[in-house]
Design a protein around this ligand. Structure first.
Ligand code: PMP
Length: 454
Protein backbone atom coordinates (compact mmCIF):
# COMPACT_ATOMS: atom_id res chain seq x y z
CA UNK A 1 0.00 0.00 0.00
CA UNK A 2 1.32 3.43 -0.92
CA UNK A 3 2.59 5.45 2.05
CA UNK A 4 1.14 8.92 2.51
CA UNK A 5 2.58 11.90 4.29
CA UNK A 6 -0.44 13.05 6.25
CA UNK A 7 0.95 16.40 7.30
CA UNK A 8 2.06 17.34 3.79
CA UNK A 9 -1.31 16.33 2.35
CA UNK A 10 -3.13 18.37 4.97
CA UNK A 11 -1.02 21.42 4.32
CA UNK A 12 -1.47 21.22 0.56
CA UNK A 13 -5.17 20.56 0.99
CA UNK A 14 -5.48 23.64 3.20
CA UNK A 15 -3.51 25.72 0.72
CA UNK A 16 -5.35 24.81 -2.47
CA UNK A 17 -8.62 22.97 -1.92
CA UNK A 18 -11.98 24.49 -1.07
CA UNK A 19 -14.21 21.78 0.40
CA UNK A 20 -17.97 21.59 -0.13
CA UNK A 21 -20.22 22.71 2.75
CA UNK A 22 -17.21 23.55 4.95
CA UNK A 23 -15.93 26.39 7.08
CA UNK A 24 -12.47 26.37 5.54
CA UNK A 25 -10.79 28.38 8.26
CA UNK A 26 -11.71 26.00 11.01
CA UNK A 27 -11.14 22.94 8.81
CA UNK A 28 -7.67 24.13 7.91
CA UNK A 29 -6.76 24.67 11.54
CA UNK A 30 -7.83 21.15 12.36
CA UNK A 31 -6.59 19.49 9.16
CA UNK A 32 -8.80 17.23 7.06
CA UNK A 33 -8.89 13.51 7.65
CA UNK A 34 -7.15 11.82 4.72
CA UNK A 35 -8.95 8.71 3.47
CA UNK A 36 -6.64 6.50 1.45
CA UNK A 37 -8.42 3.25 0.67
CA UNK A 38 -11.55 1.25 1.33
CA UNK A 39 -13.02 -2.21 1.22
CA UNK A 40 -16.57 -3.44 1.84
CA UNK A 41 -17.98 -1.18 4.57
CA UNK A 42 -14.54 -0.07 5.82
CA UNK A 43 -12.41 2.98 5.12
CA UNK A 44 -8.79 3.48 6.10
CA UNK A 45 -7.17 6.83 6.77
CA UNK A 46 -3.56 7.87 6.21
CA UNK A 47 -2.80 7.26 9.88
CA UNK A 48 -3.83 3.63 9.61
CA UNK A 49 -7.23 3.88 11.33
CA UNK A 50 -9.88 1.43 10.15
CA UNK A 51 -13.22 3.19 10.05
CA UNK A 52 -16.75 1.78 9.74
CA UNK A 53 -18.56 3.78 7.08
CA UNK A 54 -22.10 3.95 8.39
CA UNK A 55 -22.97 6.47 5.64
CA UNK A 56 -21.86 4.65 2.45
CA UNK A 57 -19.80 7.74 1.60
CA UNK A 58 -22.52 10.30 0.98
CA UNK A 59 -25.37 7.74 0.91
CA UNK A 60 -24.04 6.43 -2.37
CA UNK A 61 -21.70 3.45 -2.15
CA UNK A 62 -24.58 0.99 -2.18
CA UNK A 63 -22.50 -1.88 -3.49
CA UNK A 64 -19.66 -1.35 -1.01
CA UNK A 65 -16.07 -0.37 -1.59
CA UNK A 66 -13.31 -2.28 -3.30
CA UNK A 67 -15.19 -4.14 -6.04
CA UNK A 68 -12.72 -5.55 -8.53
CA UNK A 69 -15.17 -5.93 -11.43
CA UNK A 70 -16.15 -2.27 -11.76
CA UNK A 71 -12.62 -0.96 -12.46
CA UNK A 72 -12.21 -3.74 -15.03
CA UNK A 73 -15.39 -2.62 -16.80
CA UNK A 74 -14.21 1.01 -16.68
CA UNK A 75 -10.81 0.13 -18.12
CA UNK A 76 -12.27 -1.90 -20.95
CA UNK A 77 -14.80 0.80 -21.83
CA UNK A 78 -12.17 3.52 -21.65
CA UNK A 79 -9.96 1.62 -24.06
CA UNK A 80 -12.83 0.92 -26.45
CA UNK A 81 -14.67 4.25 -26.41
CA UNK A 82 -13.62 6.67 -23.68
CA UNK A 83 -16.02 9.34 -24.77
CA UNK A 84 -18.61 10.23 -27.26
CA UNK A 85 -21.65 12.44 -26.91
CA UNK A 86 -25.28 11.57 -27.45
CA UNK A 87 -26.39 14.95 -28.80
CA UNK A 88 -26.26 14.87 -32.56
CA UNK A 89 -28.10 11.80 -33.80
CA UNK A 90 -25.58 9.47 -32.17
CA UNK A 91 -25.60 6.88 -29.44
CA UNK A 92 -23.25 4.14 -28.18
CA UNK A 93 -23.64 0.61 -26.85
CA UNK A 94 -22.90 1.42 -23.19
CA UNK A 95 -25.70 3.97 -22.88
CA UNK A 96 -28.18 1.84 -24.83
CA UNK A 97 -27.47 -1.20 -22.65
CA UNK A 98 -27.78 0.82 -19.45
CA UNK A 99 -31.09 2.32 -20.56
CA UNK A 100 -32.46 -1.12 -21.37
CA UNK A 101 -31.35 -2.45 -17.99
CA UNK A 102 -32.86 0.50 -16.13
CA UNK A 103 -36.13 -0.17 -17.90
CA UNK A 104 -35.99 -3.68 -16.44
CA UNK A 105 -35.45 -2.60 -12.84
CA UNK A 106 -37.80 0.41 -12.94
CA UNK A 107 -41.49 0.00 -12.18
CA UNK A 108 -43.79 -0.41 -15.18
CA UNK A 109 -44.47 2.77 -17.06
CA UNK A 110 -41.00 4.32 -16.82
CA UNK A 111 -39.60 3.42 -20.21
CA UNK A 112 -37.33 6.42 -20.66
CA UNK A 113 -34.34 7.92 -18.87
CA UNK A 114 -32.38 11.15 -19.32
CA UNK A 115 -28.76 11.11 -18.12
CA UNK A 116 -26.93 13.59 -15.94
CA UNK A 117 -23.75 13.57 -13.85
CA UNK A 118 -25.15 14.13 -10.37
CA UNK A 119 -28.24 14.42 -8.23
CA UNK A 120 -28.29 18.19 -8.58
CA UNK A 121 -28.22 17.92 -12.35
CA UNK A 122 -30.99 15.33 -12.25
CA UNK A 123 -33.11 17.75 -10.23
CA UNK A 124 -32.41 20.72 -12.51
CA UNK A 125 -33.14 18.54 -15.53
CA UNK A 126 -36.44 17.50 -13.98
CA UNK A 127 -37.33 21.14 -13.25
CA UNK A 128 -36.78 22.12 -16.87
CA UNK A 129 -38.52 18.97 -18.05
CA UNK A 130 -41.77 19.51 -16.15
CA UNK A 131 -41.99 23.08 -17.38
CA UNK A 132 -41.31 21.94 -20.91
CA UNK A 133 -43.98 19.26 -20.53
CA UNK A 134 -46.64 21.84 -19.64
CA UNK A 135 -45.48 24.12 -22.46
CA UNK A 136 -46.06 21.32 -24.91
CA UNK A 137 -49.49 20.71 -23.37
CA UNK A 138 -50.36 24.31 -24.20
CA UNK A 139 -50.26 25.31 -20.52
CA UNK A 140 -47.08 27.39 -20.29
CA UNK A 141 -48.41 29.16 -17.20
CA UNK A 142 -48.08 25.91 -15.20
CA UNK A 143 -44.56 26.72 -14.00
CA UNK A 144 -44.43 26.77 -10.20
CA UNK A 145 -42.70 23.92 -8.41
CA UNK A 146 -43.59 23.11 -4.82
CA UNK A 147 -40.85 21.69 -2.61
CA UNK A 148 -40.68 21.27 1.16
CA UNK A 149 -38.90 22.98 3.99
CA UNK A 150 -35.93 20.90 5.08
CA UNK A 151 -36.00 18.95 1.82
CA UNK A 152 -32.69 18.56 0.00
CA UNK A 153 -32.44 18.56 -3.77
CA UNK A 154 -28.84 19.55 -4.43
CA UNK A 155 -26.59 22.57 -4.68
CA UNK A 156 -27.18 24.00 -8.14
CA UNK A 157 -29.33 27.12 -8.29
CA UNK A 158 -32.39 25.07 -9.24
CA UNK A 159 -31.79 22.27 -6.76
CA UNK A 160 -30.88 24.58 -3.89
CA UNK A 161 -34.01 26.63 -4.58
CA UNK A 162 -36.27 23.60 -4.63
CA UNK A 163 -34.68 22.26 -1.48
CA UNK A 164 -35.89 23.81 1.71
CA UNK A 165 -32.59 24.45 3.46
CA UNK A 166 -32.84 28.06 4.58
CA UNK A 167 -29.10 28.23 5.31
CA UNK A 168 -28.57 27.57 1.60
CA UNK A 169 -31.24 30.06 0.51
CA UNK A 170 -29.52 32.73 2.58
CA UNK A 171 -26.42 32.52 0.39
CA UNK A 172 -27.27 33.93 -3.02
CA UNK A 173 -30.86 35.13 -2.87
CA UNK A 174 -32.65 31.85 -3.28
CA UNK A 175 -35.14 30.48 -4.05
CA UNK A 176 -35.45 31.58 -7.66
CA UNK A 177 -38.92 32.74 -8.76
CA UNK A 178 -41.43 29.97 -9.37
CA UNK A 179 -40.32 27.78 -6.47
CA UNK A 180 -42.32 27.64 -3.23
CA UNK A 181 -42.29 25.40 -0.17
CA UNK A 182 -44.62 23.66 2.24
CA UNK A 183 -43.85 22.31 5.70
CA UNK A 184 -42.24 18.87 5.96
CA UNK A 185 -44.19 15.83 7.21
CA UNK A 186 -42.20 15.49 10.46
CA UNK A 187 -44.69 14.26 13.03
CA UNK A 188 -42.35 14.49 16.04
CA UNK A 189 -42.01 18.24 15.72
CA UNK A 190 -45.12 19.35 13.87
CA UNK A 191 -47.65 16.66 14.80
CA UNK A 192 -48.89 18.25 18.05
CA UNK A 193 -51.60 16.02 19.54
CA UNK A 194 -52.48 14.30 16.26
CA UNK A 195 -51.76 10.62 15.72
CA UNK A 196 -49.10 10.08 13.06
CA UNK A 197 -51.79 8.98 10.59
CA UNK A 198 -53.89 12.07 11.22
CA UNK A 199 -50.80 14.20 10.89
CA UNK A 200 -49.86 12.54 7.57
CA UNK A 201 -53.20 13.67 6.14
CA UNK A 202 -52.76 17.14 7.62
CA UNK A 203 -49.29 17.48 6.07
CA UNK A 204 -50.70 16.39 2.70
CA UNK A 205 -53.38 19.07 3.04
CA UNK A 206 -50.60 21.67 3.27
CA UNK A 207 -49.73 20.65 -0.28
CA UNK A 208 -53.35 21.10 -1.34
CA UNK A 209 -53.55 24.49 0.35
CA UNK A 210 -50.41 25.63 -1.44
CA UNK A 211 -51.79 24.44 -4.80
CA UNK A 212 -55.00 26.39 -4.17
CA UNK A 213 -53.09 29.47 -2.99
CA UNK A 214 -50.96 29.57 -6.17
CA UNK A 215 -53.79 28.34 -8.42
CA UNK A 216 -53.73 24.81 -9.83
CA UNK A 217 -53.42 26.26 -13.33
CA UNK A 218 -50.04 27.70 -12.34
CA UNK A 219 -48.53 24.70 -10.53
CA UNK A 220 -46.27 22.41 -12.55
CA UNK A 221 -45.24 19.84 -9.95
CA UNK A 222 -44.88 18.86 -6.34
CA UNK A 223 -41.45 17.42 -5.55
CA UNK A 224 -40.36 15.45 -2.50
CA UNK A 225 -37.89 12.84 -1.38
CA UNK A 226 -39.84 9.69 -0.45
CA UNK A 227 -37.84 9.84 2.78
CA UNK A 228 -36.04 13.14 3.39
CA UNK A 229 -32.40 12.12 3.62
CA UNK A 230 -30.16 15.09 4.32
CA UNK A 231 -33.02 16.66 6.27
CA UNK A 232 -32.54 13.91 8.84
CA UNK A 233 -34.24 10.77 7.55
CA UNK A 234 -37.75 12.10 8.01
CA UNK A 235 -40.12 9.24 7.24
CA UNK A 236 -43.64 10.54 6.69
CA UNK A 237 -46.59 8.73 8.25
CA UNK A 238 -48.08 6.02 6.02
CA UNK A 239 -51.06 8.22 5.15
CA UNK A 240 -48.96 11.02 3.66
CA UNK A 241 -47.80 9.94 0.23
CA UNK A 242 -51.03 8.27 -0.96
CA UNK A 243 -52.92 11.44 0.00
CA UNK A 244 -50.33 13.68 -1.71
CA UNK A 245 -50.70 11.53 -4.80
CA UNK A 246 -54.51 11.86 -4.68
CA UNK A 247 -54.21 15.64 -4.35
CA UNK A 248 -51.74 15.95 -7.23
CA UNK A 249 -54.03 13.90 -9.46
CA UNK A 250 -57.05 15.94 -8.44
CA UNK A 251 -55.41 19.23 -9.47
CA UNK A 252 -53.43 17.82 -12.41
CA UNK A 253 -50.09 18.63 -10.79
CA UNK A 254 -47.16 16.38 -11.67
CA UNK A 255 -45.78 14.35 -8.78
CA UNK A 256 -42.02 13.99 -8.63
CA UNK A 257 -40.01 11.75 -6.32
CA UNK A 258 -36.39 12.71 -5.71
CA UNK A 259 -34.87 9.26 -5.35
CA UNK A 260 -31.24 10.37 -5.27
CA UNK A 261 -30.82 8.75 -1.84
CA UNK A 262 -33.75 6.33 -1.75
CA UNK A 263 -33.09 4.84 -5.19
CA UNK A 264 -31.29 1.60 -6.00
CA UNK A 265 -32.21 -0.46 -3.00
CA UNK A 266 -31.74 1.81 -0.02
CA UNK A 267 -35.25 1.22 1.35
CA UNK A 268 -35.39 -2.47 0.43
CA UNK A 269 -37.23 -1.90 -2.86
CA UNK A 270 -35.51 -0.63 -5.96
CA UNK A 271 -37.02 2.81 -5.42
CA UNK A 272 -38.28 4.57 -2.33
CA UNK A 273 -41.70 5.42 -3.75
CA UNK A 274 -42.35 1.68 -4.00
CA UNK A 275 -41.70 1.33 -0.27
CA UNK A 276 -43.71 4.43 0.61
CA UNK A 277 -46.64 3.41 -1.58
CA UNK A 278 -47.08 6.03 -4.28
CA UNK A 279 -46.54 6.48 -7.97
CA UNK A 280 -44.69 9.54 -9.25
CA UNK A 281 -44.75 10.89 -12.80
CA UNK A 282 -40.99 11.39 -12.82
CA UNK A 283 -38.20 10.39 -10.45
CA UNK A 284 -34.66 11.65 -10.18
CA UNK A 285 -31.67 9.45 -9.31
CA UNK A 286 -27.86 9.51 -9.04
CA UNK A 287 -25.66 8.11 -6.20
CA UNK A 288 -26.64 4.40 -6.06
CA UNK A 289 -26.92 4.21 -9.85
CA UNK A 290 -23.15 3.75 -9.98
CA UNK A 291 -22.62 3.28 -6.23
CA UNK A 292 -20.40 6.35 -6.50
CA UNK A 293 -17.74 4.55 -8.55
CA UNK A 294 -18.17 7.21 -11.23
CA UNK A 295 -20.44 10.26 -11.37
CA UNK A 296 -23.72 9.60 -13.16
CA UNK A 297 -27.38 10.39 -12.58
CA UNK A 298 -30.60 9.61 -14.39
CA UNK A 299 -34.06 11.09 -14.55
CA UNK A 300 -36.68 8.36 -14.98
CA UNK A 301 -39.50 9.77 -17.04
CA UNK A 302 -42.95 8.23 -16.75
CA UNK A 303 -44.77 7.44 -19.97
CA UNK A 304 -47.22 10.34 -19.72
CA UNK A 305 -44.45 12.92 -19.48
CA UNK A 306 -42.26 11.10 -21.99
CA UNK A 307 -45.05 11.10 -24.57
CA UNK A 308 -45.61 14.80 -23.96
CA UNK A 309 -41.93 15.59 -24.41
CA UNK A 310 -41.64 13.45 -27.52
CA UNK A 311 -44.59 15.26 -29.05
CA UNK A 312 -42.90 18.59 -28.42
CA UNK A 313 -39.85 18.15 -30.65
CA UNK A 314 -36.53 19.46 -29.36
CA UNK A 315 -36.00 19.59 -25.61
CA UNK A 316 -33.14 22.05 -25.44
CA UNK A 317 -31.26 20.56 -22.54
CA UNK A 318 -28.33 18.19 -21.97
CA UNK A 319 -24.80 17.83 -20.69
CA UNK A 320 -21.53 17.09 -22.48
CA UNK A 321 -21.35 13.98 -20.31
CA UNK A 322 -25.00 12.88 -20.50
CA UNK A 323 -24.71 9.10 -20.81
CA UNK A 324 -20.90 9.15 -20.59
CA UNK A 325 -19.77 5.74 -21.90
CA UNK A 326 -17.47 4.87 -19.01
CA UNK A 327 -19.93 5.99 -16.34
CA UNK A 328 -22.74 4.18 -18.17
CA UNK A 329 -20.73 0.95 -18.40
CA UNK A 330 -19.85 1.09 -14.70
CA UNK A 331 -23.45 1.93 -13.75
CA UNK A 332 -24.62 -1.04 -15.76
CA UNK A 333 -22.24 -3.41 -13.99
CA UNK A 334 -23.27 -1.94 -10.64
CA UNK A 335 -27.02 -2.26 -11.26
CA UNK A 336 -26.58 -5.81 -12.56
CA UNK A 337 -24.66 -6.72 -9.42
CA UNK A 338 -27.27 -5.12 -7.15
CA UNK A 339 -29.86 -7.25 -8.90
CA UNK A 340 -28.10 -10.49 -9.81
CA UNK A 341 -26.21 -10.89 -6.55
CA UNK A 342 -29.48 -10.39 -4.69
CA UNK A 343 -28.21 -7.33 -2.84
CA UNK A 344 -31.44 -5.33 -3.04
CA UNK A 345 -33.46 -8.40 -2.17
CA UNK A 346 -31.28 -9.06 0.88
CA UNK A 347 -31.89 -5.52 2.14
CA UNK A 348 -35.61 -6.14 1.85
CA UNK A 349 -35.77 -9.58 3.44
CA UNK A 350 -32.73 -9.93 5.64
CA UNK A 351 -30.30 -7.16 6.48
CA UNK A 352 -32.90 -4.37 6.39
CA UNK A 353 -35.29 -5.96 8.89
CA UNK A 354 -32.31 -7.04 11.01
CA UNK A 355 -30.87 -3.52 11.09
CA UNK A 356 -34.25 -2.03 11.97
CA UNK A 357 -34.79 -4.44 14.84
CA UNK A 358 -31.27 -4.04 16.24
CA UNK A 359 -31.32 -0.24 15.70
CA UNK A 360 -34.43 0.08 17.88
CA UNK A 361 -33.07 -2.32 20.52
CA UNK A 362 -29.73 -0.55 20.63
CA UNK A 363 -30.98 2.98 21.14
CA UNK A 364 -34.32 2.37 22.86
CA UNK A 365 -33.11 2.91 26.40
CA UNK A 366 -31.18 6.14 26.22
CA UNK A 367 -32.74 9.04 28.10
CA UNK A 368 -32.13 11.56 25.31
CA UNK A 369 -32.73 9.43 22.23
CA UNK A 370 -36.19 9.34 20.69
CA UNK A 371 -38.09 8.85 17.43
CA UNK A 372 -36.00 5.83 16.51
CA UNK A 373 -36.89 5.07 12.94
CA UNK A 374 -35.83 3.57 9.65
CA UNK A 375 -36.61 1.19 6.83
CA UNK A 376 -34.33 -0.98 4.74
CA UNK A 377 -30.84 0.35 5.40
CA UNK A 378 -31.66 3.97 6.14
CA UNK A 379 -32.23 4.83 9.78
CA UNK A 380 -32.06 7.61 12.32
CA UNK A 381 -32.90 8.77 15.79
CA UNK A 382 -33.21 12.22 17.28
CA UNK A 383 -31.40 13.60 20.30
CA UNK A 384 -34.05 15.23 22.47
CA UNK A 385 -34.17 17.15 25.72
CA UNK A 386 -37.24 15.45 27.15
CA UNK A 387 -38.79 12.36 25.64
CA UNK A 388 -41.98 12.60 27.69
CA UNK A 389 -42.80 16.00 26.16
CA UNK A 390 -41.29 15.42 22.68
CA UNK A 391 -39.09 18.39 23.51
CA UNK A 392 -36.06 19.11 21.33
CA UNK A 393 -32.83 20.72 22.56
CA UNK A 394 -32.96 24.52 22.30
CA UNK A 395 -29.92 25.04 20.07
CA UNK A 396 -30.81 22.79 17.11
CA UNK A 397 -27.77 20.94 15.82
CA UNK A 398 -25.41 21.60 18.72
CA UNK A 399 -25.96 18.23 20.38
CA UNK A 400 -25.98 16.41 17.07
CA UNK A 401 -22.55 17.77 16.20
CA UNK A 402 -21.14 16.80 19.62
CA UNK A 403 -22.51 13.29 19.30
CA UNK A 404 -21.23 13.01 15.72
CA UNK A 405 -17.75 13.99 16.86
CA UNK A 406 -17.77 11.15 19.38
CA UNK A 407 -18.63 8.69 16.61
CA UNK A 408 -15.78 10.05 14.50
CA UNK A 409 -13.32 9.75 17.40
CA UNK A 410 -14.33 6.10 17.63
CA UNK A 411 -13.84 5.41 13.94
CA UNK A 412 -17.51 5.19 13.09
CA UNK A 413 -19.04 7.45 10.49
CA UNK A 414 -22.63 8.42 11.15
CA UNK A 415 -23.94 11.83 10.34
CA UNK A 416 -25.71 14.54 12.30
CA UNK A 417 -28.45 16.42 10.44
CA UNK A 418 -29.29 18.97 13.10
CA UNK A 419 -29.96 16.76 16.14
CA UNK A 420 -31.00 13.82 13.99
CA UNK A 421 -28.33 11.14 13.97
CA UNK A 422 -28.57 9.26 10.71
CA UNK A 423 -27.02 6.22 9.11
CA UNK A 424 -27.11 4.58 5.69
CA UNK A 425 -24.33 1.99 5.34
CA UNK A 426 -23.37 0.16 2.15
CA UNK A 427 -26.12 -2.30 1.21
CA UNK A 428 -23.62 -5.16 1.37
CA UNK A 429 -23.26 -4.84 5.14
CA UNK A 430 -23.61 -8.24 6.86
CA UNK A 431 -25.52 -8.99 10.06
CA UNK A 432 -22.23 -9.37 11.94
CA UNK A 433 -21.10 -6.00 10.66
CA UNK A 434 -24.42 -4.47 11.71
CA UNK A 435 -23.83 -5.83 15.23
CA UNK A 436 -20.32 -4.46 15.26
CA UNK A 437 -21.40 -1.05 14.02
CA UNK A 438 -24.18 -0.82 16.58
CA UNK A 439 -21.90 -1.91 19.45
CA UNK A 440 -19.59 1.00 18.67
CA UNK A 441 -22.55 3.36 18.20
CA UNK A 442 -24.11 2.37 21.54
CA UNK A 443 -20.83 3.04 23.37
CA UNK A 444 -20.60 6.41 21.68
CA UNK A 445 -24.13 7.45 22.69
CA UNK A 446 -23.36 6.30 26.24
CA UNK A 447 -20.29 8.52 26.22
CA UNK A 448 -22.37 11.36 24.78
CA UNK A 449 -24.99 11.13 27.53
CA UNK A 450 -22.32 10.88 30.25
CA UNK A 451 -19.81 13.44 29.06
CA UNK A 452 -21.85 15.99 27.23
CA UNK A 453 -25.14 16.05 29.03
CA UNK A 454 -24.16 15.75 32.67
N1 PMP B 1 -31.36 15.11 -4.19
C1 PMP B 1 -31.25 14.42 -3.06
C2 PMP B 1 -32.47 13.80 -2.46
C3 PMP B 1 -30.00 14.28 -2.44
O1 PMP B 1 -29.91 13.61 -1.30
C4 PMP B 1 -28.87 14.84 -3.04
C5 PMP B 1 -27.48 14.70 -2.44
N2 PMP B 1 -27.39 14.32 -1.15
C6 PMP B 1 -29.04 15.55 -4.23
C7 PMP B 1 -30.29 15.66 -4.78
C8 PMP B 1 -27.88 16.20 -4.91
O2 PMP B 1 -27.03 15.26 -5.42
P1 PMP B 1 -25.52 15.67 -5.83
O3 PMP B 1 -24.81 15.99 -4.57
O4 PMP B 1 -25.04 14.42 -6.52
O5 PMP B 1 -25.62 16.80 -6.77
Amino acid sequence: MKQHNTEALRQQDAAHHLHPFSDMQSLNQQGARVITHADGIYLWDSEGNKIIDGMAGLWCVNIGYGRKDLPEVAKKQMEELAYYNTFFKTTHPAVVELSTLLNEVAPQGFSHVFYTNSGSESVDTMMRMVRRYWDVQGKPQKKTLIGRWNGYHGSTIGGASLGGMTYMHEQGDLPIPGVVHVEQPWWYKHGKDMTPDEFGLQAARWVEEKILEIGADKVAAFVGEPIQGAGGVIIPPATYWPEVERICRKYDVLLVADEVICGFGRTGEWFGHQTLGFRPDIFTTAKGLSSGYLPIGAVFVGDRVAEGLLAGGDFNHGFTYSGHPVAAAVAQANVRALRDEGIVERVKNETGPYMQKRWRETFGNFAHVDDIRGVGLIQAFTLVKDRSKRELFPDWGEMGMKCRDIFFRNNLIMRACGDHIVSAPPLVISKEEIDKMLDVAARCVETFEKEVLF
